[in-house]
Write a protein that binds this ligand. Structure first.
Ligand SMILES: NC(=O)c1ccc[n+]([C@@H]2O[C@H](COP(=O)([O-])OP(=O)(O)OC[C@H]3O[C@@H](n4cnc5c(N)ncnc54)[C@H](O)[C@@H]3O)[C@@H](O)[C@H]2O)c1
Length: 699
């Protein structure tokens, strides 16, 4: 049982106890209804209090039950709320810390509510692509007014109890407790004070109207349309709340349920629920226990004040951790520092950062030209030129000076972390911390686990990743780690498509319509086409079997590296970032096709999306097979947070699950027949083939 029952004189207290947030799973629901039955059967009990143990009243539904028959198993949340409403003895919700989703809906079913200050109150279902499904859209407007309630439901954001209690005319809280510590006592006293009150007040009987009526809902719909983009749920929140003002209560409830059930099966809600679970899963490393003792990180050193070093430093300064940056020359330090300052100053100008916060952050930053001054740092992150020889020099110096137990991290994007670790006599302390550019903005942090990286080093780096607000995902050592290893296959397909007849703009448009933040050619122009060029040159010796389109090389031979050279796949006007289709590039592509003897064919947007996304999926499956990623959902996290993959698709692996792995494998077989493509690559990865054959999914 996950709810406790205790009688204090004439008041029964039912305490939900399902850590960490008293999720309303089946056992908790049984505990609640059993408690109600017992209390109503006990003549000595005059009133009932429902509350939550530990750190929440209740955080709401148990997400593990979502979409499963268990969520509907009796008593489901709706039946529990009806049992509460129908209780002949008054039921008081004693609310504290967290009161969200189903937890708030349960409280709204109670006859009275007393809340502790500081409680986070929310209906966050919209963040999972849903609307509240147990009366939230019908009852919250009745106690808070239509506008406040709709804002909360559409945003899903928590609001503090004291702020809600201060709203004129609010009926959400009948009483505010003086402090969280006195809530239990005050709830008992309050329950006694209403023990004889009859009839018992029910939220369902309260009126619900907006003075502007239809005009208000029209306005709300327009507002929501702008922000919701690819997600259907926010607009449905408006529909449901509107029905609270127009339909009888029970009809409104039925309408809410209908919408909730329909949304539950949409790909968008599946994607968001997947994301919720994937985010939590990514922080767990299968062979590193959660209670692993972590090393203390009180100060950080960064080697290199270039593009990455500066951005990386800002992350730690923002989190209040002192940073010392080392460079070879004073000029490089001055240049790096000036960029950090400029970044912060622009935040201050835009009102995103207060002047005193800026001053505090800059005060945590220091610089040096001498390794000896770094020796006491707990973590050092190297971000120097991408050359193994340079990394060797740096790591040998670090090995010489750093105190025992310091973590030595490299931000390398392509080099072998095991080789870097071998430059030191402490490979167990070496790890990759692969940030993405701009490092102070991008959420993703690939934590690269070398073959000797110690478990406590990994646990520490994952924890520090969280502290600096990154999504940290563990990758094994391989060329490109998770993200770039996959993007290479994606870019290769983009190249083949152009050879075969598509234009760069068609490919970009198709991918952007699919939802990518940017198509592959615009992305190349932004990141610099010379990066891929260097990789392909390396591949020519390392992996001669890998087939590439030569078009991108020809582009680079023209010096068209992208935005930084004012021209790439597209033309750019000075100082602007708008991609303008280039007649010169078009001619270059046509000439190249002629050289290859290709008659261009019309290529559909569907083919473009499938070839690019399924290339990610096939390589992703190999990455899971190789043990480079612990789970398919980690790959989704990498793509959602580092590569602009559309959130509403849930990541490439989740997207493949939704298309159906059988269909994905069939498409790959079709691509194998294309003589211009790479048939060997399109052989479905064994993991994918196996799952497809068994009608299973990656998740
Ligand atoms: N730029 C990106 O998008 C990106 C993304 C992820 C990872 N990385 C990786 O980050 C690292 C740095 O890349 P960047 O783009 O910041 O390069 P950058 O050229 O902008 O900066 C490198 C800095 O390191 C300094 N430096 C070079 N050798 C040094 C030494 N021996 N000691 C001290 N300082 C030295 C240079 O003076 C320069 O300021 C590389 O390993 C790169 O692969 C880059």
């Amino acid at each position: 049982m996950t709810a406790e029952y205790k009688v204090h004189g004439d008041v029964a207290v039912i305490t939900m106890n399902n850590p960490p947030v008293n999720g309303l799973g089946h056992a908790t629901r049984v505990g609640l209804t059993d408690g109600l039955t017992r209390a109503n059967a006990d003549a000595a009990v005059k009133a009932i209090v429902i509350t939550g143990a530990g750190k929440a009243f209740s955080g709401g539904a148990d997400i593990k039950e979502f979409g499963s028959p268990k969520a509907l198993a009796e008593p489901n949340l709706l039946s529990v709320i009806i049992a509460v409403e129908n209780s002949p003895k008054p039921v008081v919700a004693a609310i504290h810390t967290v009161c969200m989703g189903g937890g708030l809906e349960l409280a709204l079913g109670c006859h009275y509510r007393i809340a502790a200050p500081g409680t986070n109150v929310a209906l966050p279902e919209v963040k999972l692509g849903l609307i509240p499904g147990a009366g939230g859209t019908q009852r919250l407007p009745r106690v808070l007014g239509v506008e406040t309630a709709l804002n909360m439901i559409v945003s899903g954001e928590p609001v503090k109890s004291e702020m809600l209690a201060s709203l004129p005319g609010q009926k959400l809280f009948d009483k505010m407790a003086a402090a969280p510590e006195s809530l239990a006592e005050e709830a008992l006293a309050y329950a006694r004070s209403v023990a004889d009150a009859r009839p018992l007040p029910l939220v369902r009987n309260m009126p619900c109207k907006h003075p502007l009526g239809d005009a208000y809902f029209q306005f709300a719909r327009n507002m929501v349309k702008g922000m919701a983009k690819n997600f259907p749920a926010p607009a449905k929140c408006v529909d449901a709340v509107e029905s609270a003002t127009k339909k009888k209560f029970d009809e409104g409830m039925a309408y809410e349920r209908e919408i909730f059930t329909a949304l539950m099966f949409t790909p968008e809600s599946r994607a968001l629920r997947h994301l919720f679970v994937a985010e939590r899963a990514a922080s767990k490393i299968p062979d590193v226990p959660e209670d692993t003792v972590k090393r203390e990180i009180k100060s950080v050193a960064v080697i290199g004040a270039g593009t990455m070093g500066g951005g990386i430093s800002m992350n730690f300064l923002n989190a209040g951790i002192p940073v010392k940056i080392l460079e070879m020359k004073q000029e490089a330090l001055d240049k790096g520092l000036a960029i950090i300052r400029k970044n912060y100053e622009s935040q201050v100008k835009r009102g995103k950062l207060k002047q005193d916060k800026y001053d505090q952050r800059m005060a945590l930053l220091s610089t040096t030209l001498s390794y000896d001054e770094l020796k006491d740092a707990d973590l050092v992150i190297e971000a120097v030129f991408e050359e193994l020889g340079v990394k060797e020099k740096v790591f040998k110096e670090l090995d010489r000076v750093m105190k025992p137990g310091a973590i030595l991290a490299s931000n390398t994007s392509t080099l072998d972390v095991d080789k870097i670790a071998a430059f030191t006599k402490r490979p167990q302390d070496v790890v990759g911390m692969h940030f993405f550019s701009p490092a102070n903005v991008m959420k993703l942090l690939e934590v690269v686990r070398g073959k000797e990286t110690a478990k406590d080093v990994l646990a520490t780096v994952m924890a520090i990743g969280k502290k600096i607000k990154k999504t940290a995902v563990v990758s094994g050592v391989c060329d490109g780690f998770i993200g770039n290893r996959m993007i290479e296959q994606y870019s290769r397909q983009a190249g083949f498509l152009v050879d075969e007849g598509a234009t760069p703009q068609q490919v970009d448009k198709a991918m952007e319509k699919f939802g990518m933040a940017m198509g592959p050619f615009r992305m190349g122009d932004l990141a610099g086409n010379d990066i891929g060029w260097a990789i392909r040159k390396r591949r020519a010796t390392e992996r001669a079997d890998m087939k590439y389109s030569r078009t991108a090389d020809k582009l680079c031979e023209l010096g068209r590296f992208g935005q930084k050279t004012g021209a790439g796949w597209y033309d750019y006007e000075a100082g602007k970032r708008d991609a303008i289709p280039s007649a010169l590039v078009e001619k270059m592509i046509e000439d190249h096709r002629k050289e290859l003897g290709i008659t261009p064919r019309k290529i559909s947007d569907d083919e473009i999306v499938q070839r690019l996304v399924f290339a990610l999926v096939n390589e992703g499956a190999r990455i899971v097979e190789d043990g480079i990623a612990s789970r398919a959902s980690d790959i989704d996290m990498v793509y959602l947070t580092g590569y602009g993959f559309p959130m509403h698709r849930g990541g490439p692996m989740m997207y493949a699950d939704q298309v159906g792995l059988f269909n994905v494998a069939q498409a790959m077989k079709r691509f194998q027949q294309n003589p211009r493509d790479d048939a060997a690559f399109w052989e479905p990865a064994p993991l994918l083939a196996k799952l497809a054959a068994e009608s299973k999914t990656f998740s």
